[in-house]
Ligand binder design. Sequence first.
Ligand SMILES: *Cc1c(COP(=O)(O)O)cnc(C)c1O
Length: 400
Amino acid sequence: MTYSEQIKARYGRALMGNYGQPPVALREGAGSTVTDVDGNAYLDMIGGIAVSSLGHNHPALVEAVSTQAARIAHTSNLFFHEKEVELAEKLLELWGNPGRVFLCNSGTEANEAALKLAILHGNATGKAKIVATEHGFHGRTLGALSITGKAAIREPFGPFAREVVFVPYGDADALKAAVDADTAAVFLEPTQGETGVVPSPPGYLTAARELTASAGALLILDEIQSGFGRTGAWFAHHAEGVVPDAVTLAKGLGGGIPIGAVLASEATAALFTPGTHGSTFGGNPIACAASLAVIDTIEREHLFDSVLALGAHLEAVLLADPRITEVRGQALWRGIALAEPVAAETVKHLLGLGVLANAPRPDTIRIAPPLTISQTELDAFCAKLVEALDAVTPAPGGRP
Ligand SMILES: *Cc1c(COP(=O)(O)O)cnc(C)c1O
C-alpha cells in the first residue's frame, strides 16, 4: 500500500462521508502548483473553488498571517481590533457605496446574516416572502439552504420556516411576476457559480433593482463566488452599475483563510442593533489581516488587468476546439461547455495529466485558478484539456 492509499483509507474511516472520497491528498503548494503526499505536482485550475486568489504560499499572505498570529490571533467581539476596522473601511471603499460591514467566517454565514436582515426588514414592513432562483446556490446551513434552488440538496432538509419562491434564473419577467408587496427580499447571484458559471443576461440585475425598489423589497446579491476578482473586478455587479441593499462575500476574500462579509446600505445595516446577531470568530484578526493582504496584492500587482487579458486569450484558444461549444463567464472564472456530457470523465483524465479542475454538471468543466496564474501555465492547461478530450471523445472528423 502506498502512503497515499493508506491515508485515503484512514480518511474513509475517520471523516464523515458527506464529501465522498476526494481523489488526492494535497500537502503543499507554490503559486499555481500544488503537490500531493506522494510528490506528484498538479496545476491548480480550480483554486480551492475560487478561493486561492493569490495562489499558494504567496509571500504577502504568509507574511500577513504570520505577523498577525505572532501579535494577537483572536479577540472575540467583546473587544475589537485595528484590522477589522481597516478591512471594513477598505471593503466599503472598494464597493463605492455608503454602508456598513458585518464580518463572519464563511459564505453560508454571510448569507445567514443577510437573511436575518431580510427578515428584520420584513418584520418592520409587514412582508414575509423571500424570492430566490432555481439552481442558485447560497450555502449549506439551514437558512442559506432554504434559498438554495438545487432541490436535491435542499429537499432532504425541508420544510423550512420561511416562504421562499423560486424563479427561473435570468428571466426578468418571471422575477416581475414573483416580486410583490409581500416580498421582503430577493437573493441573486450575478453569475451562478455552482451551476457551471452561468452569467445573468445584461439588464437582469438592473431589472431586479427596479422591481425590488418599487416593491419595497431588499435586493441582496450573493457575490461569494463572483466577487473579489473572479470577473476581473471587485464586484461583478459593478459592471451593471446597480446598487444592491446588501452584498455577501467569502471565498476569494481571504485568499485561503476563512472569512466572509456582508456589506449593506446604511438603512439595511441599521436593522442590526446590539444583540441581533454575532459570531465568536467573525472578524478574526488573522482572517482580516489575510484579506487586507489579498486586496493590497491585487491592487499592487494590477491583477484585474492581467486576468481580463488572460481570460480573453483562454477563451480564444479553447473555442478553436470543436468539442468545446461555449466558454461562459469572464476573466479566469469559466464554465467550459462541452458538446458531449463527458465533463466528469474529462476532469478525471485531467487529474491523471496533472491538472485540477471540477465538473459542476455533466457538460461543463469549471475553472477558477489563482488570479496570479501565468500565460504559460494557462497554455499548458489548454493543451492538457485538448489531450484529455482526445482521450474521452475523439474529435469530429478524426484527430490523428
Ligand atoms: C460557495 C458559495 C456559498 C457558500 O459558501 P461557504 O463558504 O461554502 O459556506 C454561497 N454562495 C455562493 C454563490 C457560493 O459560491
